[in-house]
Design a protein around this ligand. Structure first.
Ligand code: GLU
Length: 307
């Protein structure tokens, strides 16, 4: 078994990341498996200088270690280009010069999985793109030629899932017009390259999963098992953010919170233990997938053991 920790250095890690990371780490360690670390600094304009280093310090502070070299997506453009080429060879991509306004104008369904209209099939060219044409279109967005029909998978935590990529999202972007590779392509390319067997991450990424399964299939790679951990929400029911006070791991460690207090609390939110302080290794020793881990929890600043 191989799981991964895949933070984006666009901000600091918070309790939501720590909850999913603890589950990913403990699942692998209990099985005697591997944990790999990947810094998802693909979207270079959004990268905060120093954030990746702080995130690695946060992980070390929590006691979550990893195996092998740290992968940085910003250094892997050549590999993503190769994977894109392979997809083009298989007849799975096309070049798109349409602007966002063109897409919105041609859209027939109002909102897709990401809150934007699905890419309209009417804007598709008659045929997929030939691989040799890729180099001739450096300024086009390259989109994935989505297969019609539903994708089903059994999520370790969220149960049986059915998603319809064609209806909900349409042909999604693999390489943006500015030349940056998209998250969906990079995450599949890297999980495949790192031999990840179990993708354990926050439930906000559940809607991306069918897209990723279509990519694995197009690349003829084994589809990993997915487990989506419930999010940590603020009292207004939103994903945690800076406005919610000291929820970043940096802030907690600067405030002198003991990591074992945090680990014990996080473990209890995963349905493991009673919230007593403990080390990650103790969580791994007793690890199992519990129904509680699927559910979102609400962070109440006065009700946590370090308040
Ligand atoms: N880098 C993404 C994030 O921090 C996670 C991607 C993934 O786990 O697939 O939200």
């Amino acid at each position: 078994m191989t799981t991964r920790l895949a933070p984006s250095p666009s901000g600091d890690l918070h309790l939501g990341h720590a909850r999913a990371f603890l589950a990913a780490w403990a699942a692998a360690r209990q099985a005697g498996g591997r944990v790999v670390l990947r810094i998802e600094d693909l979207d270079t304009p959004r990268v905060v200088p120093g954030a990746a280093e702080r995130q690695m310090e946060d992980l070390a502070w929590l006691g979550l270690d990893w195996d092998g070299p740290v992968l940085r997506q910003s250094a892997r453009a050549d590999y993503y280009a190769e994977v894109l080429h392979r997809l083009a060879q298989g007849g799975h991509v096309f070049a798109c010069y349409h602007s966002r306004q063109d897409v919105a104008r041609a859209a027939t369904a109002p909102h897709g999985a990401d809150g934007v209209p699905p890419y309209p099939a009417a804007l598709r060219p008659p045929h997929p793109f030939e691989a040799k044409a890729l180099a001739a279109h450096p300024e086009a967005a390259i989109r994935f030629w989505v297969k019609p029909g539903t994708v089903t998978f059994a999520d370790l935590l969220q149960g049986p899932q059915t998603q319809d990529v064609a209806a909900d999202v349409g042909d999604f972007v693999l390489r943006r017009r500015d030349g940056l590779f998209a998250y969906q392509l990079a995450v599949v390319a890297d999980d495949a390259a790192q031999g990840v067997t179990h993708v354990v991450r926050g439930a906000d990424l559940l809607p991306s999963t069918a897209r990723q399964i279509q990519l694995y299939t197009a690349l003829d790679r084994p589809v990993p098992v997915f487990g989506h951990v419930g999010l940590v929400l603020n009292q207004a029911g939103q994903k945690l953010s800076k406005r919610d006070g000291a929820v970043s791991l940096v802030a907690l460690r600067q405030a002198g919170v003991q990591p074992q207090v945090l680990i014990g609390w996080l473990a209890a939110t995963l349905g493991l233990g009673t919230g007593q302080p403990c080390a990650p290794g103790q969580v791994a020793a007793h690890f199992g997938w519990q129904a509680a881990a699927a559910l979102p929890i609400v962070y109440e600043p006065t009700a946590v053991p370090w308040a």
